[in-house]
Design a binder for this molecule. Structure first.
Ligand code: KIV
Length: 285
């Protein structure tokens, strides 16, 4: 993927991957040892996600994670992968007004992030505009937004009925107009992912959103089949570690190559509107 491995990965590289239809794999990362291994195996985009509340801290949701904690993990990930494109999550309630969003984004950028990610729809447009005009690169996140767990009730596929389908599509378009440079699509049906990816000119990264995105991201614990005790294991994940005979490096490389070749996600890893009913992560109605 990289012509010169000594160069930093930039937003321009990611745009070129999209333009060339070259699918890319991304992973969540929380520390230096794993980010170093991910980079060495060719993972150039990493997310310091607020999923760390569940995967690292063992909590039942992401809502208690703070900007300070994301900054702490961003510093570690940056040490392990000095040249990767790092996206750091602005956690729950850390962007409830414009000034607070700017202040917390600057904490994450100073910690080593290239880009900050915010969960939510078109209500975020003024925030995205403000951050972008102040030179902060912003990633959107629509579909299943785990920071809204206390409103939505469970980690459930979104956009299956026509009104939420239309809302998510319109959110994606408004966020792009406001200045986001990448959009994460989480747990939405294939049909919606396809329509969003066709309508937008920015790169999209999917998780449980089918094969039509430019990139795919998974939570690192899920590609290794690590049971974090509390979090649910979504049915769209694949245990690349067991497929690689327990070799971590091979598992990362297999994940990357499977995304690149279109072997992951397969159609049985996707949600489809045709299934008629709304399923949760485990595939239950
Ligand atoms: O926090 C996180 O890890 C995320 C991914 C699931 C996309 O937002």
């Amino acid at each position: 993927m990289k012509k010169n491995p000594k160069l930093n990965t930039t937003i321009e590289d990611i745009r070129i991957w999209k333009k060339n239809s070259s699918k890319f794999a991304a992973l969540t990362a929380y520390d230096a040892a794993f980010s170093r291994m991910f980079w060495k195996e060719g993972i150039e985009v990493m997310l310091i996600g607020d999923s760390l509340g569940m995967t690292v801290q063992g909590k039942s949701s992401t809502v208690s994670v703070t900007t300070k904690e994301i900054a702490y993990h961003t510093k570690m990930v940056r040490r392990g992968a000095p040249m990767a494109w790092l996206i750091s999550d602005l956690p729950f309630m850390s962007f409830f007004n414009l000034d607070q969003a700017c202040r917390n984004a600057s904490v994450l950028i100073r910690a080593g992030a290239n880009m900050v990610k915010l969960e939510g729809g078109s209500w975020l447009c003024p925030t995205v505009e403000r951050l972008s005009e102040r030179s902060v690169s912003v990633c959107g996140h629509v579909g299943l937004t785990p920071q809204s767990i206390n409103i939505i009730g469970s980690h459930r596929v979104q956009g299956m009925d026509s009104s939420s389908y239309r809302r998510i599509l319109s959110d994606a378009k408004s966020l792009e107009s406001s200045g986001i440079q990448i959009l994460v699509l989480e747990c939405i049906p294939n049909e919606l992912t396809y329509e969003i990816s066709q309508s937008l000119s920015i790169p999209t990264i999917g998780i449980g959103a089918g094969p039509s995105t430019d990139g795919q991201i998974l939570v690192m614990h899920d590609i290794f089949g690590i049971d974090t005790g509390l979090s649910v294991r979504p049915r769209f994940v694949r245990n690349f570690l067991s497929e690689s005979g327990g070799d971590f490096r091979k598992a990362i490389s297999l994940f990357k190559e499977s995304v690149r070749s279109g072997d992951f996600p397969r159609s049985d890893h996707c949600f489809r509107i045709g299934s008629g009913k709304v399923r949760d992560f485990k595939g239950n109605f």
